[in-house]
Design a protein around this ligand. Structure first.
Ligand code: HT7
Ligand code: ZN
Length: 871
């Protein structure tokens, strides 16, 4: 597949005003008839050739132009295209294709998920259905008729509103749907199956009634309430916070078991991975509940940021994804604890996105080129894209940002636009020049801020000097300075904050230069700076704090995020010192001061259990790895485990006491307070379990047996399953299996617990599980839970010194590539990071990448990732 460049963008030569589709659904031979009203695009260079996309799997049965069959020499069929060689100004085109949903294991286009028909068209799935200009800047009014056997597929769904239905003599029935909003093909969807639905109503701010329907298999009907509540909350939130009202009479969500990603925002007909929509206290953990809420909101918010205003081309993907992630993050912050939400999102950014920025697949938020767009649904486009929108929000302030969003939606409603258009709307309402800010969209890499300071007691003047730089990335060696907001506070010795500009205790500094000095006057004592409050920019900040200063920030900073981060940095320093000791064969020990700091956090925990659960969690292995010069997976795991054991031992009575205090009192509720209580209690249990004492094992076993919810039961299971109590672990795993074997999502968790077990022999256990009846090698959720979890969350086993983990992953990628290239390419991520390891591991990882490359016949998805990783 060729590389596609942003610089080569040209507008479409032809526009499609309307498309009428008729699907005669059949497992192996679905007939698709399309009727297009085509006209030349007045904005494009004149041509008589019409190029339509079409995947090689699509069989062309018939093609007519203005009612007349096209002669074989009037068109050409090449690998990815159908080209009509000489077409008039405007005309009607009729095409009939035949496709095989049952053979579609890539899960792009029309496929079967557990016997039910569904589609996934973003980014380029529509071309697997019929021949069409499958690009987001071609927007058309879609009418869809679905025809299928009435008894097997009683529910037939499409985009927009249902307008007609009927029955045929042969036992089939049909429904016609019309979506009045012009849309690109990537937002097209259909579903046909034997489904039940939960229905509700929503009255919009202007008083319109909207029917809300969430569809799932009958057995899962009881798991839809949480998604429905989330949907209604999201609809209200978007009205209140962005003034955006829903526009169709019906909004549908359908849960499917086979899905490559989390969910899809098809107009009026969202299709969701069951993992992101089904939730019930008995079968879903609190993290699962929160995921459902945020994904439901995310897809709903796309109705404006993505559907009403869409992307001109796929390089602009972050236009809709970055903005929509920012919107769903703010929604979650409003629904729950803002600090916990911020810590979670920064965690993802700082571990996984920063690692992506430092790897061979690094790309700007708006990539300049790609081979396969599916490879660019990345943390950079989503999470860093959201961080960039957040910086605009911070720089302009909430009110001006809202005016900018209003202008953007009004100016571009019904259009396919660019990230430049988004920033321009913000520039227009604020009167600010955001030209330099746009470098965030075009330059990859994580900027580094080096901060130093100077206090002059005589003049009561405090100065902060900031130098910014950005490492080279594959697309550019040299980087120009970024425009970014640096939020700072200054702390007095008594822990209170200085009042700074505009009577506030947090001041926004704007960085635009490679080096800048900021002056604070009337500072009557030497302050301690609290830098990058609320993580105001996606950067790595370096300032020479002492351990004591970090401990001081941990107990006094008014900025919740920075309080947490001070604790993380303090722990990280110790981790690094202990790693050095471990590598030199020295004995490990925890300093008393460190234990004392934890003791005081434990004592204050009941005041804010949510915050305490964050503060009492050591930096993850992934974050430690990301910040390391060179990753030593064994040392990282060993040291972190040592620290957990030492903290558990030295503070045992406090963990136990806290665990008891936060026992469930009166049954399960999904309130934020109860979730916080459970997370703190289960954290305490996990510390206690590393002590391997029979008394604590009994506590965990009792929790496992008596829990009335999955959060507590699963926490007990994982703490025992990863412990040294082998027999008890096996017993609990077996009990869990027999209790939940018919719940597919719970079985994903069961696979995951075993895949992430750090004890020796991990690969053999995973290999056995590949043969287990609950595993299904065609289902992406199962692949992610077993192979993905092993390779990404079980570093000690995956990075085994003999290279067996790497070989295992390469074997599976080679096998999977023919079946589902998107999933195969995503699984590759851990191997792409080979440069971060010592020479022996580098060689082993590289050899497996080369082995994949040498196989040839790779999909574009896998080829792109492997070739970029090797060069
Ligand atoms: N916009 C959706 C992206 C998506 C997707 C992309 C490639 C292949 C499969 C996919 N499923 C969904 C999801 C979202 O960000 O809202
Ligand atoms: Zn999205």
């Amino acid at each position: 597949k060729p590389t596609i460049y942003l610089k080569d963008y040209t507008p479409p030569s032809f526009l499609i005003d309307t498309i009428s589709l008729r699907f005669e659904l059949d497992e192996t031979a679905t007939r698709v008839k399309s009727q297009l009203q085509v006209r030349r695009n007045p904005q494009a260079a004149v041509t008589r050739q019409l190029q339509l996309h079409g995947h090689e799997s699509v069989e062309l049965c018939e093609i007519k132009l203005n009612g007349a069959h096209l002669a074989a020499d009037a068109y050409q069929r090449e690998a990815e295209f159908l080209t009509l060689l000489d077409v008039p100004e405007s005309f009607e085109l009729e095409i009939e294709t035949c496709i095989n949903p049952e053979a579609n294991t890539a899960l792009e286009g029309l496929y079967l998920s557990d016997g039910m028909y569904c589609t996934q068209c973003e980014a380029e799935g529509f071309r697997r259905i019929t021949f069409y200009p499958d690009r987001p800047d071609v927007m058309s009014v879609f009418t869809t008729t679905l025809v299928a056997d009435a008894s097997r597929f009683p529910v037939l769904l499409g985009n927009g509103n249902p307008v007609q239905r009927g029955e045929l003599d042969d036992g089939r029935h049909w429904v016609t749907w019309v979506d009045p909003f012009p849309k690109p093909a990537y937002l097209f969807a259909l579903v046909a199956g034997d489904l039940q639905c939960l229905e509700d109503q929503f009255t919009t701010c202007s008083g319109r009634q909207v029917t809300l329907q969430i569809y799932a298999e009958a057995k899962d009907l009881e798991k839809l309430d949480h998604a429905m509540t989330a949907l209604k909350n999201a609809m209200r939130w978007d009205e209140e916070v962005y003034g955006r009202e829903y526009d169709l009479d019906i909004y549908m969500i359908v849960a499917v078991d086979f899905f490559n990603m989390g969910a899809m925002e098809n107009k009026g007909l969202n299709i969701f991975n069951t993992a992101c929509v089904l939730a019930h206290p008995r079968t879903t953990t609190d993290a699962g509940f929160q995921r459902v809420e945020s994904v439901v909101a995310h897809e709903y918010f796309h109705n404006w940021s993505g559907n009403r205003v869409t992307c001109r081309d796929w390089f602009q993907l972050s236009l809709k994804e970055g903005f929509t992630v920012f919107r769903d993050q703010c929604f979650s912050a409003d629904m729950h604890s803002a600090v916990v939400q911020r810590v979670d999102e920064v965690g993802i950014l700082r571990t996984a996105q920063f690692a992506e920025d430092a790897g061979p697949m690094a790309h700007p938020v708006r990539p300049a080129s790609f081979i396969e767009i599916s490879n660019f649904y990345t943390l950079t486009v989503y999470e860093k894209g959201a961080a960039v929108v957040r910086m605009l929000h911070t720089l302009l302030g909430a009110d001006v940002f809202r005016k900018g969003a209003d202008l953007y939606f009004e100016r571009h409603d019904g259009q396919a636009v660019t990230t430049d258009d988004f920033v321009q709307a913000m520039a227009d309402v604020s009167g600010r020049d955001l030209t330099q800010f746009k470098r965030w969209y075009s330059q990859a890499g994580t900027p580094r801020l080096k901060v130093s300071d100077h206090y002059d007691a005589a003049s009561q003047r405090y100065q902060l000097n900031v130098q910014q730089s950005c490492p080279a990335t594959p697309e550019a060696q040299q980087k120009l300075p970024f425009h970014l907001p640096l939020s700072v506070g200054l702390l007095r010795a008594d822990g209170s904050s200085f009042v700074l500009k505009d009577g506030k205790t947090t001041q926004l500094l704007e960085l635009t230069e490679a080096e800048q000095t900021f002056v604070f006057d009337s500072i009557d004592e030497a302050p301690l700076p609290s830098l990058l409050r609320d993580f105001s920019a996606p950067v790595k900040l370096v300032y020479g704090y002492t351990d004591e200063q970090l401990a001081f920030l941990l107990s006094h900073d008014e900025d919740g995020f920075n309080r947490w981060d001070a604790g993380q940095q303090l722990s990280l320093r110790l981790v690094n010192r202990l790693i050095a000791d471990y590598q030199q064969g020295k004995p490990l020990s925890l300093p008393d001061t460190f234990v004392a700091t934890w003791q005081s956090v434990l004592q204050q925990a009941p005041q804010d259990p949510a915050m305490a659960a964050l503060l009492l969690t050591l930096p993850s292995e992934a974050y430690i790895s990301e910040t390391a010069e060179q990753i030593d997976p064994l040392a990282i795991h060993h040291v972190r485990h040592f620290m957990r054991c030492a903290l558990a031992e030295q503070l045992e009575s406090s963990w136990l006491e806290l665990c008891r205090q936060h026992d469930s009192q009166s049954g399960y509720t999904a309130s934020a307070a109860d979730m916080a209580r459970r997370s703190l209690r289960n954290l305490c249990l996990s510390y206690l379990m590393v002590l391997e004492s029979p008394a604590h094992l009994a506590l965990a076993q009792q929790q496992f047996e008596t829990a009335d919810n999955m959060t507590d039961q699963f926490a007990a299971l994982i703490s025992v399953a990863h412990s040294g109590f082998r027999d008890s672990a096996d017993e609990l795993l077996a009990e869990f299996l027999s209790q939940w074997q018919h719940e597919s999502l719970v079985m994903n968790q069961w696979l995951m617990v075993q895949a992430t077990d750090p004890r020796e022999g991990g690969l053999a256990r995973v290999q056995q599980l590949l043969e287990h009846p609950v595993y299904d090698a065609r289902n992406p959720n199962k692949i992610r839970s077993l192979i993905g979890a092993f390779c990404q969350q079980n570093a000690v086993n995956f990075h085994a010194q003999d290279g067996s983990g790497y070989r295992f992953l390469a074997d599976h990628i080679l096998q999977l590539d023919a079946q589902n290239p998107q999933i195969a390419a995503r699984l590759l991520t851990p191997l792409t990071r080979w440069r971060r390891y010592a020479a022996d591991r580098q060689a082993l990882m590289q050899a497996q990448l080369q082995r994949i490359m040498d196989k040839g016949q790779l999909s574009g998805d896998v080829y792109e990732v492997v070739s970029k990783s090797l060069c």
